[in-house]
Structures are given as C-alpha cells and as structure tokens.
Design a protein around this ligand. Structure first.
Ligand code: TMP
Length: 204
C-alpha cells in the first residue's frame, strides 16, 4: 500500500507554486491514487469566504487582522485535514510557513504569537514534506504582469517579496530534510521531473 503524506507547496507570487502543485494532482490522478487538494486561504467552504474577505482589493485590514483572518481560514480547514490524514494523500497550496514568511518576515508580526496560535490550531497535525518554489525578481514581475486580476496581496513592493522569499529560505534551511527548493527560473520540464521523482519517493 502506498503512503499518504501531507505535502505542502510554498513560494511567493509567480514562483510556480500553483503550476507545480497542479502537475502533482494530474500525476496522482493518472495513477488513480486518492488524494485531496486544498489551498490556503481557502479550501473549505467557510475558508473560501474568509479568503474573499482578506484578498479583496477593498479590504484595508491591519497586519494583525490579516494574521487572525489567515489563521481563521486555517481553523476552518483543520477538521477536513484531520478527517483525511493517513487516509488520502493531502496536497496543500500554502500552509503554516506562508504565515511565518508573509506575516512575520514580510510584515513584522511577532513570531511567537504566530507559532502559538498555529500550534493551538494544529494540535500535532504534522506535515511530511514541503516544496519551496523560488523565483527571481525579474521573472516574478513578468509573471505577475500576465495575471488578469491582481488581489490585495499581489501588490506589495518587490522588496517585500524578497523579504518573504528569504524568510521561506530560512525556514527551508531549518528543516532541510523535509524541504526541497525548486528553482522556478529553470525549465518547467526539468522541475516537473524533479518534483514527480520526489513525490514517487514520498508515496512509496
Ligand atoms: P494565492 O493563493 O494566490 O497564493 O494568494 C494568497 C495570498 O495570501 C498570498 O499573497 C500569500 C498570502 N498568505 C499570507 O499572507 N499568509 C498566510 O498564512 C497564507 C496562507 C497566505
């Protein structure tokens, strides 16, 4: 029987995170493996409502309100994640490390508050592996320009995204064995192969 890991895709805007997580869902589908895929913020019905509120252009929340809303959206997903833990492969487009990277490294919110609330919500729910997708500033700007609609979190300065990405890299270095950095400035097909090879090892 194959393993049922919890696999996270992280990265800043334009990092190829969603593209790569879509490759993985297509691959799992082609192998008839049972999995669920959610995104954060969003995923479940209530969490999607919170996503709309946070990312809406007209929302002008302060950084602490944003933190609490991202965590509220996670709180609405946790029952779903517990339900499928060890029963299906779980793919998540952004999770806890996005909160640390954006709210702490990007916006300067106190790290221990973020860690405390996450621990309280997750209560031992463990992640098995994270793909961190990285991109250089030039490609990030190019990819953001291709988007038809930009949300509230697509409009920060390039310096902000640099801080967020460096934050993600710090987290990846702390948890080396459970992270793989994917350089999304490289050829899509090369990355696809690296990711699928790793997925095969994770589910074996
Ligand atoms: P995306 O789903 O299109 O990647 O957009 C979600 C945005 O929300 C993205 O800019 C990252 C941000 N975000 C946070 O700031 N903190 C979080 O905890 C999460 C999950 C996302």
């Amino acid at each position: 029987m194959s393993k049922k890991p919890v696999i996270i895709f992280e990265g800043i805007e334009g990092s190829g995170k969603t593209l790569h997580s879509n490759f993985v869902s297509e691959y799992l589908k082609s192998k008839n493996l049972s999995f669920i895929k959610i995104r954060e913020p969003g995923g479940s019905k209530n969490s999607e409502k919170i996503r709309k509120l946070i990312l809406n252009d007209k929302s002008k929340f302060n950084k602490n309100t944003d933190l609490l809303l991202y965590l509220a959206s996670r709180s609405e997903n946790i029952h779903l994640l517990r339900k499928y833990k060890n029963k299906k492969i779980i793919l998540i487009d952004r999770f806890v490390d996005s909160t640390i990277a954006y709210q702490h490294y990007g916006l300067g919110v106190n790290l221990s508050i973020i860690n405390k609330i996450n621990e309280y919500l997750l209560k031992g729910f463990k992640i098995n592996f994270t793909f961190l997708n990285i991109v250089n500033t030039k490609n990030m700007i190019k990819r953001l320009k291709l988007r038809k609609k930009l949300n509230r979190y697509d409009k920060f300065s390039t310096a902000f995204y640099k801080n967020v990405q460096n934050g993600f890299i710090k987290l990846a270095k702390q948890k080396k064995k459970k992270y793989l950095i994917i350089d999304s400035n490289k050829e899509i097909e090369i990355n696809k192969k690296i990711i699928i090879d790793k997925i095969n090892r994770l589910i074996k």
